[in-house]
Design a protein around this ligand. Structure first.
Ligand code: ADP
Ligand code: XUL
Length: 526
């Protein structure tokens, strides 16, 4: 019998499934369900709901619930041998939180298979929408918690990051301050990852150390809840939070709902889920110091594996737990794919037209620069949206296409200097990593080769590999990560995008000019 493992990824815009055949060392199933297209009745745009306040960005948790049912039904229709799946794990967009009432525990334990998941779980939320990572509405709460923890440096040292608007602690504090009744009604707070794991396992799932580090609530070194952070966030918080666990933790068997309805094996293990970025660390095989990746998904992120915890005391970057039990560094930019799409659409192009514009303009863009802050930005921290152009004619479509990508990559290089890693190569992943013209700019800006692996969905692949690792571990084997990720994460041969010397030289000089534009704009904004 083949050893199959299932990895799911509940990302911002879609839910994906990857099944791997572990012994054959290959992916045997890969499918995604786009939220806006598959479930239009939730009214999401790119997976989120917008409010009149542009800083507030939520998603309906029932959307994720319905998507899970749909994707399992799809797997069954597609003939995936679900009975042979030995373990399931998953990945979730980080930071987003789900608020459950006192009925949740029971409802999860008693999922009735003739009914849909939505009908089973409709009544378990104390809040019908979940703030997600794109939400920037908690600056006041960030200041309050940061101050209680002793300032930026102390907060970063204690929790792995300064306080950030999208992090779960500040979001919880905002709920407590603005809707105390709802907060009191909340029996349990989950992350997107632990919420989805709870459905699969039929009980409230632990939060893993990778995703837990994105809350401003976990002691980054001890990997336990940090009492002073809990106190600074909201009263009685400890009892509303689940346990923390390493990401190899088995929660239990998959729930009978999935066995009866979709034919899963009753002995299949349900592992804790982790964040999409920690899962991508595994899905890209970043298991040695100095290995770096860039994910071009809804957010753009730059991240790498780190053996010993070293935080960014200036407060822009993050340290999360890595699924290996070590650490990872990360820096996150909100204006990623959606900013590129905005420019593409503004100038009425498709991706081919966008790439033609990149091809027709020179590196350095004749000194034209854009700060593409269509949305409040995470790094650098900008709380008012606005696109700023320097020496850039707004009617010059080609120069604007180049400007958005160059700004994103310049910003990544500039703000990742604290990681003190000069990458020898960069692995690219996420939806936009299909675009070689964009990857060429990354190669030139960082002056190193960019590579891709076969599977673009590194988070879902990472989740499947985590499931395999966890299953082997709990079967008494001592699996080694290099063996687990081998073959799956090998870069595609002959697919290396090499830096161009002349372009790299231009970008070395261009960096300071870009930094000056950023600095002057930020100081004007106060
Ligand atoms: P997430 O995991 O955050 O939901 P994905 O990693 O699936 O997002 O990436 C989705 C994004 O990929 C889309 O918003 C789209 O802009 C981008 N994308 C897909 N194909 C291309 C392409 N050929 N060029 C540039 N961007 C692309
Ligand atoms: C990371 C972050 C995003 C989300 C969505 O800190 O906020 O990358 O995980 O992908």
């Amino acid at each position: 019998m083949a050893k199959l493992f299932l990895g799911l990824d509940a990302s911002t815009q879609s839910l994906s499934a990857i099944v791997i055949d572990y012994d054959a060392r290959r992916v045997v199933y890969d499918r995604s369900l786009n939220f806006d297209k598959a479930l239009p009745h939730y009214g999401t745009q790119n997976g989120t709901l917008r409010s009149t306040d542009p800083l507030v960005v939520h998603s309906p948790p029932l959307l994720w619930v319905e998507a899970l049912d749909m994707l399992f039904a799809q797997m069954k229709t597609d003939g995936v041998p679900l009975r042979d799946v030995l373990a399931i794990s998953g990945s979730g967009q980080q930071h987003g939180s789900v608020y459950l009432n006192a009925r949740a525990s029971d409802a999860l334990a008693r999922l009735n298979s003739p009914k849909s998941l939505v009908d089973n779980l409709r009544g378990i939320f104390s809040r019908s929408t979940s703030p997600v990572w794109m939400d920037s509405s908690t600056s006041a709460e960030c200041s309050e918690i940061r101050e209680a923890l002793g300032g930026i440096k102390a907060t970063a040292r204690k929790t792995g990051s300064d306080t950030f608007e999208r992090f779960t602690g500040p979001q919880i504090r905002k709920l407590y301050k603005t809707e105390p009744g709802r907060y009191a009604e909340t029996a349990s707070i989950a992350l997107v990852s632990s919420f989805m794991a709870s459905i699969i396992a039929g009980k409230i799932a632990p939060i893993d150390h990778g995703d837990g580090a994105g809350m401003n609530l976990m002691d980054i070194r001890k990997k336990t809840w940090l009492p002073e952070a809990l106190k600074a966030t909201a009263p009685q918080l400890r009892r509303k939070l689940p346990l923390l666990a390493p990401s190899s933790k088995v929660i239990g068997k998959v729930g009978p709902y999935f066995v009866k309805k979709f034919g899963l094996n009753p002995n299949a293990q349900a592992l804790v889920w982790s964040g999409d970025n920690p899962c991508s660390v595994i899905g890209l095989g970043l298991i040695e110091e100095g290995m770096v990746a860039i994910s071009l998904g809804t957010s753009d992120t730059l991240f790498g594996y780190m053996k010993r915890c070293r935080v960014d005391e200036r407060g822009e970057g993050h340290v999360f737990g890595a699924p290996t039990g070590d650490y990872m560094t990360l820096i996150c930019f909100k204006n990623g794919s959606l900013a590129r799409e905005r420019i593409r659409d503004m100038y009425k192009r498709d991706w081919n037209g966008f790439n033609a514009a990149l091809a027709s303009t020179p590196p350095g863009n004749r000194a034209a620069i854009m700060l593409p802050w269509f949305e409040a930005e995470i790094v650098p921290r900008v709380n008012t949206s606005g696109v700023h152009r320097f020496n850039l004619d707004p009617t010059d479509a080609s120069a604007n296409c180049r400007a958005v990508v160059e700004a994103q990559m310049m910003s990544m290089r500039l703000h990742s200097q604290w990681m003190k890693v000069r990458p020898k190569q960069i692995l690219a992943t996420g939806g936009a990593s299909a675009n070689t013209a964009i990857l060429q700019i990354i190669a030139d800006v960082f002056n190193c080769p960019v590579l891709r692996i076969e599977v673009a969905k590194s988070a879902a692949l990472g989740a499947a590999l985590r499931a395999a690792h966890g299953w082997l571990f709990h079967s008494g084997k001592r699996p080694k990560w290099p063996d687990v990720v081998a073959d799956f994460t090998d870069p595609i041969p002959d697919n290396k995008i090499n830096p161009r010397l002349e372009a790299a030289r231009v970008y070395d000089m261009f960096l300071e000019r870009y930094a000056r534009c950023e600095r002057s704009t930020l100081s004007r904004m106060g």
